[in-house]
Design a protein around this ligand. Structure first.
Ligand SMILES: [Zn+2]
Length: 278
């Protein structure tokens, strides 16, 4: 009996991968069910046992956004995470609510629209680049939009921006119609619709964003009028074409209206003000 168990133990297939922790949910007492996006296998769902116990070697890798070298054992249902070595913890993202929220937008988008085992080429590299950039960007909202657009493009679902999908006229802007998959010129647009206007300038900004050139994104100045158009276009496009409303995006957008509870002023108050752009 013991020998048979030993054989079963050795026969369990194992594999390793490098991945980012997208989501961690409570699982069987002190365990966590992790959704990880890996370079080698795309989305992996794995159970990590004993995370809540002091000294757990798996606990650091179960923190959101952490990049780790991971070792798994295959099992029925979900695989088991057996060992993990943290490569990059991305601590700054967990110290700042705004950056945390926008990092979570990318993780939620991937987790909810990718199937386990489905690999999107270059997505892992783009995600890691995004998390690094989110640690110190001066424009977290623009960076987040750029990721969402790039992800849509990589998934073959990007909005048509450069020409009217109906008549083919180029660079004229118009209105965004989700069912047509892009920006339709005013001549072809449905009459008296409620579709949001998208100016030629906003189209150029969207195209700059989806190039995902990080240096260019830092220099990109986005006027308030364009921000409204971009926000609605990306949100509507993701809802219509991926059938997802991102909870993390609502969370981070509502941070702007959130205020700390009042307390008695203190001269040595070490808290920093939340001066990030929204
Ligand atoms: Zn047209």
């Amino acid at each position: 009996m013991a020998i048979r168990r030993l054989r079963e133990c050795f026969a369990t297939p194992t594999y390793s991968a490098t991945g980012v922790t997208l989501v961690a949910r409570a699982f069987r007492g002190t365990g966590r069910m992790l959704s990880l996006y890996t370079r080698e296998r795309g989305l992996v769902e794995a159970a990590a046992q004993g995370i809540g116990k002091p000294g757990s070697s798996l606990a650091p890798a179960a923190e959101l956004f952490t990049l780790s070298k991971l070792f798994f054992a295959e099992a029925k249902g979900a695989d088991r995470l057996t060992q993990a070595r943290v490569i990059e913890p991305f601590y700054p993202l967990r110290r700042d609510m705004t950056r945390y929220g926008y990092a979570a937008v990318a993780c939620e988008l991937i987790m909810r629209t990718t199937e386990p085992g489905q690999r999107v080429p270059k997505l892992f590299e783009i995600l890691v680049e995004y998390l690094h950039a989110m640690e110190e960007t001066a424009a977290p909202r623009v960076l987040s939009w750029a990721f969402e657009l790039t992800y849509l493009e990589m998934s073959g679902l990007g909005p048509v921006l450069d020409r009217c999908p109906q008549c083919g006229r180029e660079g004229v802007g118009g209105v965004y119609v989700a069912a047509h998959g892009g920006v339709i010129c005013h001549d072809c647009a449905p009459p008296a619709g409620t579709a949001p206007n998208v100016s030629p300038g906003t189209v150029r900004t969207l195209e700059a964003m989806r190039s995902f050139d990080l240096q260019r994104l830092e220099r990109l100045r986005v006027p308030d009028a364009s921000r409204q158009q971009i926000r609605r276009l990306i949100r509507d496009h993701i809802r219509y074409h991926l059938d997802v409303s991102l909870k993390s995006e609502s969370f981070v957008e509502n941070l702007g209206s959130w205020r700390r509870p009042r307390r008695r002023p203190s001269q040595d108050d070490p808290r920093r003000s939340d001066g990030h752009e929204q």
